[in-house]
Design a protein around this ligand. Structure first.
Ligand code: AMP
Ligand code: MG
Length: 328
């Protein structure tokens, strides 16, 4: 997947070295399997094979990929198409694919590309996936990291440790996190939400995760600027253009990391104003960081997220009282 990962496992006693290496191998295999199926960087992956397929040709997916595509389609429907795994050709055209010298595309080019983009052109029946238009491709990068987190966590919690008891685990893949049980100190896992700054990593807030996942989407690390205009790697499927509003990042808490991952991307497309309303209506814990005119960021959160963060927000989602935790 071209990303990094981290796994923490807490047990009541030290597992044997054989157990440790078996668990390590299981984690690697889990990640490798996902990569072999879902990567668009590998020509031999299942997804790459689907992307090369002709219309109406059914490609038989494995169970994991079918599950991810099914969830992706469900979230496309829920988000009114803000989430759309078929935007890959647009992502490339705007210069966020393997060739960074591409883009910005001309209006004609965009017109041609739009014909082969759209989740409604996908058909999933059981594990069989086909496309209704030529040139349609899928790109699972906005949901696969979260799915990898869920899968690795399931691999860890399902691992046979014999006498040794698992007390807790935390898995992070490319910034998406899910935790279960307790940490080494016997307390709930504490996960940092980063503050959006291009060059450095600073903590904005800390959230406790008890059997939950958190995913963050942001454009503060993956963007480019041409003549003062900022191009984000997130595409608004409605306009076929990178999102241009001032949302720096969105964080979403959900029991499943795959869903949190997809929702975070969708909410970045929606932007803070519409996104907050959408999340409120579903009682989803969501927080936005939005660039303000003073060169800083403002925070906006749903009540469900405020509760998790241990803060209070006004009707507009603005935190009351003390400002966000300053960086250490
Ligand atoms: P994430 O970091 O999870 O927000 O995923 C970002 C990646 O998802 C981008 O680099 C694109 O490959 C892809 N992407 C861009 N826009 C969308 C969209 N509207 N829906 C789904 N995936 C997208
Ligand atoms: Mg995502």
């Amino acid at each position: 997947m071209g990303t990094w990962y981290q796994v923490k496992v807490v047990t009541d006693r030290r597992p044997s070295s054989a157990q440790q290496s078996a668990l390590g191998e299981r984690i690697l295999n889990t990640l490798d399997e996902i990569d072999r199926s879902m990567s668009t960087y590998r020509e031999d992956s299942l997804v790459s094979r689907f992307n090369r397929a002709e219309p109406a040709t059914e490609i038989e997916l494995d169970a994991a990929t079918a599950q991810v595509v099914a969830l992706a389609l469900e979230i496309s429907e829920q988000t009114g198409g803000a989430f759309d795994v078929t935007v890959g050709p647009l992502v490339r055209a705007w210069g966020f694919g393997p060739d960074p010298t591409q883009g910005p595309p001309s209006a004609d080019q965009l017109g041609e590309l739009r014909v082969r983009v759209g989740w409604r052109h996908l058909e999933l029946e059981g594990k069989g996936l086909s496309k209704r238009v030529a040139g349609l491709e899928i790109d699972l990068s906005a949901i696969a990291k979260g799915f990898a987190v869920d899968s690795v966590l399931a691999a860890v919690t399902g691992f046979e440790l014999g006498e040794t008891q698992l007390l807790g685990a935390m898995v992070e893949v490319g910034g998406e996190v899910r935790a279960t049980g307790l940490n080494r100190e016997g307390r709930a896992w504490r996960i940092a939400i980063e503050s959006p700054s291009v060059g450095s990593r600073r903590i904005h807030r800390v959230v406790e995760l008890a059997d939950l996942a958190i995913a963050t989407s942001g454009d503060y690390r993956n963007f480019y600027e041409v003549e003062g205009r900022r191009y984000s790697h997130i595409i608004d499927p409605e306009t076929a253009e990178p999102v241009t509003h001032r949302t720096a990042s969105v964080s979403v808490i959900h029991p499943e990391c795959a869903a949190a991952d997809a929702y975070a991307t969708a909410l970045l497309v929606m932007g803070a104003e519409h996104g907050l309303d959408w999340a409120r209506a579903r009682n989803l814990p969501v927080s936005f960081l939005v660039y303000n005119d003073e060169g800083g960021v403002d925070e906006l959160a749903t009540a469900a997220m405020a509760e998790r963060l241990g803060i209070e927000v006004d009707q507009n989602g603005r935190p009351l009282g003390r400002a966000a935790t300053p960086a250490a």
